[in-house]
Design a protein around this ligand. Structure first.
Ligand code: GRF
Length: 188
């Protein structure tokens, strides 16, 4: 069975959706959620899903190999970032070269970079009068939102759309496409 680590800092609806996608499949995956935020709702989702969940602090993430060792020990094949807000340090990038992916709720390189996350993105998209937006699934490198793009999907932004409307369109795209990309990369 493939071993997949999912990092999330907040709600974790994408993390849950990916686990549910693989439930009941013949070739499934073994999931492990990791979070930097003790208040993150993803912890509650992990409990309900019966998925292992690890809480880590800044010291463990940036100044130790604790996470690399833990993930290597369990044979992690893919690291999936799903609403994870910390920049991934070099030791993790190097240990999992080409095996870390992220989803960004906009059409990168637009609306990317440090500080561009969550509803801020959708508010900016609406404020700028964009007529389309979308999702970007990409490999992760040492900079925010700059790794090689794997998959992009667009959706319309109507003149009447609020940031909340855009957010729900984006979530729908994420739920459809992120698990499919994970499955493809795992080759199962
Ligand atoms: C998603 O929109 C994702 O694209 C972005 O953060 C959001 C996380 O949402 N990186 P959730 O925690 O999965 O509900």
């Amino acid at each position: 069975m493939s071993s997949v680590a999912v990092f999330a800092s907040g709600s974790g609806s994408n993390a849950e959706n990916i686990v549910k996608y693989f439930e009941g499949r013949l070739f499934s995956a073994d999931f492990h959620f990791l979070t930097n935020n003790k208040k993150a709702f993803v912890i509650e989702r992990a409990r309900k899903l019966n998925v292992k969940c690890t809480l880590f602090n800044r010291e463990e993430f940036y100044n130790s190999d604790a996470i690399v060792e833990k993930l290597q020990d369990e044979g992690c094949e893919l690291i999936v970032l799903a609403g994870f807000l910390w920049l991934v340090p070099e030791n993790i990038i190097n240990a999992f070269k080409g095996k870390i992916i992220n989803i960004h709720p906009a059409l990168l390189p637009k609306y990317g970079g440090k500080g561009m996350y969550g509803s801020k993105i959708h508010e900016a998209v609406v404020a700028n009068g964009e007529t389309e937006t979308g999702i970007t699934i990409h490999y992760v490198d040492e900079n925010y939102d700059e790794g090689k793009i794997i998959h992009q999907v667009k959706c319309d932004v109507l003149p009447t759309d609020t940031a909340a409307d855009v957010e729900s369109k984006i979530h729908a795209l994420e739920y459809k496409h992120y698990p499919e990309v994970v499955e493809k990369l795992l080759n199962i």
